[in-house]
Design a binder for this molecule. Structure first.
Ligand code: MG
Length: 234
């Protein structure tokens, strides 16, 4: 019997009714109501070293990495919420221990900045005692490796699509979270190869039920999606 494919809400569940803003506290709350595996969100660091939840480099035309938090927080999200800090976001995540928190750490401009953001993120996860509820993803191989250096038991998946399952295992990572085209078109053998090595298989951003079916038929472990409510019932 095939294992069930698990669903992760991409940037929370924001295509809800009514819709809300991605990476907002409300989008996380919406994901908590779905009974799915996890909810993903993006971590960035402000100029003065504060960790915030936001996908794009810019928040309201201010570059997050070049702006202090006190200035950034004056601009609210589209749904009226304040720009969430990692601490506030994780505290909301703690409200439902069954929903995994999939922490994407965004690449920074230097390896030093990446080390700092990883260190601060891991410290916050430990401080809030969320070690068993968090999993980590990044496009930066350096960030993935830094997380593993600080805490080898943390689950870390690589996003960038350029390493084979064998290479991921050699880098001591736990698996991949790759764009579906990499897995369906470029390297259709990778899902099975990864499973044979005991690696996690995850794919983003699967917003088409047909693509979901294809990946499911290939035995994918997880998909990350903007339509978690729809896919969870398939
Ligand atoms: Mg992300």
């Amino acid at each position: 019997m095939k294992a069930q494919t698990k669903i992760i809400a991409h940037r929370g569940f924001f295509q809800s009714s009514p819709p809300t803003t991605e990476n907002s506290i409300q989008s996380l709350k919406n994901a908590q109501d779905l009974g799915i595996y996890g909810s993903e969100f993006d971590v960035r660091m402000t100029k003065d070293g504060k960790l915030v939840i936001h996908h794009d480099e810019n928040h309201d035309e201010m570059e997050i990495a070049q702006t202090d938090f006190s200035k950034l927080k004056k601009s609210r999200l589209a749904n009226g919420e304040k720009l969430p800090t990692l601490k506030k976001y994780l505290k909301q995540g703690r409200e439902d221990e069954k929903l995994k928190l999939i922490v994407e750490i965004k690449p920074a401009k230097t390896p030093q900045l990446e080390e700092e953001i990883v260190k601060k993120t891991v410290e916050m996860v430990r401080k809030l005692r969320l070690e068993n509820q968090c999993e980590f993803i990044s496009f930066s191989l350096n960030i993935c490796k830094e997380i593993k250096l600080l805490e080898p038991t943390f689950i870390v998946q690589y996003l960038n699509g350029d390493l084979s399952p064998q290479q991921l295992q050699e880098a001591r990572l736990d698996g991949f979270d790759y764009h579906y085209k990499i897995l369906l078109e470029k390297h259709p053998a990778w899902i099975q190869e990864a499973k044979n090595l005991g690696l996690i298989t995850n794919s983003w951003t699967v917003n088409d039920p047909e693509i979901y079916q294809q990946l499911k038929n290939m035995g994918i472990g997880y998909v990350t999606t903007n339509i978690p409510e729809q896919l969870k019932n398939q």
